[in-house]
Design a protein around this ligand. Structure first.
Ligand code: COA
Length: 385
């Protein structure tokens, strides 16, 4: 296998983008990444997109993207794994470069979610859960994560305040990210006073509905300097795993098995341990998710993710800053784009180009992206070259 580098990144400003279509936003980020990498061609394209059909009426997004980029003959592939579609598109692009099937690969993540009503968006997102046993009986994603939160509170004594601290921290970080959807300060009291969505989760515990895209250019590490003039950020390891699609089939509602396994595989591939990670972008689709993910990745012991956020270890300037981009909570969560955007953030951090959100001396970064309630997860570790 060849070593692989990221040599270009791009993303657009996320939010409710009524003036742009899905193809517009996908092309915008792709062109930024291509310009950043200084390449004049790509050999292969991957796009992570969860549900363009239900959100916009358009399927066959790989071909749409290649066509509108002016790369109509280049092989293009769409990858879907619910909210982990972007992370999985990256893995597919990585595999082609590592295997020698392509030299320069473009990976895009894109989703346009705000052109449909809230009910329609909830239905589209729900297709990532167990349709026959969960959604048919009325479960929604906020509802499913609320059950995980309630159980975590029951088993470990995780507090309402600890959930609020996740939202407050990530909104503080998002204030420094010009591409974030919700750039506002949120106090723990404001989270606790916001509208109830599904007990115990309130609206400010939830990631929003977002339009957005992000893109990366990959090439063999040995070609990075020649192509882009930069050493490139190195892909150290990837781990990918699945879990039961339905919550009721799990041994435990408070352990994200797919995240744990994907993390262990990624640490092994990269030859590092949790203590070596300088910063992490994790899938905080709901505040409880960040708490459970930090436990599954070994940043905290099982049940102690709430205490970790309370200790400020995951705050900017802390021992292991988590979601310095603002995370899904503040930056937004255009589902298919999220996994790619996490890697864009890490690349900018490792290049030391993250402006006011720069984590000092960042050498190794970890991204964790998750589909549904953890039915799939991918963990990618990047290193500064
Ligand atoms: N964070 C911060 N503010 C938010 C927000 C969020 N997550 N969601 C909505 N808002 C704000 C809106 O900007 C709006 O503010 P305004 O009144 O000042 O304009 C207000 O709250 C109401 O917004 P609205 O769009 O009417 O909210 P909604 O009730 O339709 O949707 C949720 C709120 C939480 C139900 C929706 O965002 C949601 O379903 N989130 C979860 C998405 C999800 O499941 N993703 C997949 C995860 S696996």
């Amino acid at each position: 296998m060849r070593d692989v580098a990221i040599i270009g990144v791009g993303m657009n400003k996320w939010g409710e983008l009524w003036k742009s279509s899905l193809r517009d936003i996908a092309v915008e980020s792709a062109l930024k990444a291509i310009a950043d990498a200084k390449v004049s061609r790509v050999d292969s394209i991957f796009i992570g997109c969860m549900s363009s059909g239900l959100f916009t009426g358009q399927e066959h997004m790989a071909s749409v993207l290649a066509d509108y980029l002016g790369y109509g003959r280049v092989p293009a592939t769409r990858v879907e794994s619910a909210c982990a579609s972007g992370g999985l598109a990256f893995k597919a692009g990585f595999a082609e470069v590592a295997a020698g099937m392509a030299e320069i690969v473009l990976v895009v993540g894109a989703e346009k979610m705000t052109d449909v009503s809230g009910n329609e968006a909830t239905y589209a997102l729900g297709t990532a859960a167990d349709q026959e046993y969960e959604c048919y009986n009325g479960a929604t994603f906020p509802g499913l994560y609320a059950m995980m939160a309630a159980r975590h509170m029951h088993e470990y004594g995780t507090t309402r305040r600890q959930l609020s601290l996740v939202a407050s921290k990530n909104h503080d970080n998002g204030l420094k990210n010009p591409n974030a959807q919700f750039r506002m300060k949120v106090t723990p009291q404001e989270v606790e006073g916001s509208v109830m969505v599904s007990d115990p989760l309130r609206v400010l515990d939830c990631s929003p509905v977002t339009d957005g895209s992000a893109a990366l250019i990959l090439c063999p590490l040995t070609m990075a300097k020649k192509l882009s003039g930069r050493a490139g950020v190195r892909v150290l390891g990837i781990g990918h795993a699945t879990d039961t699609i339905a919550l009721h089939s799990r041994e435990s509602l408070t352990t994200l098995r797919a995240v744990k396994e994907a993390g262990a595989l990624a640490y092994k591939a990269a030859g590092v341990k949790p203590a070596d990670i300088d910063l992490a972008e994790v899938h905080d689709c709901f505040t409880i998710a960040e708490i459970m993910v930090t436990e599954a990745l070994g940043f905290a012991k099982p049940g102690e993710g709430g205490k970790l956020v309370e200790s400020k270890a995951t705050s900017f300037g802390g021992r292991i800053p988590v979601n310095v981009s603002g995370g899904l909570k503040s930056k937004g969560h255009p589902v298919g784009a999220t996994g790619v955007a996490q890697l864009v953030e890490l690349t900018e951090q490792l290049r030391r180009q993250a402006g006011t959100r720069q984590v000092k001396n960042a050498e190794i970064g970890l991204a964790q992206n998750m589909g549904g309630t953890g039915g799939s997860s991918i963990v990618t570790i990047l290193g500064r070259n």
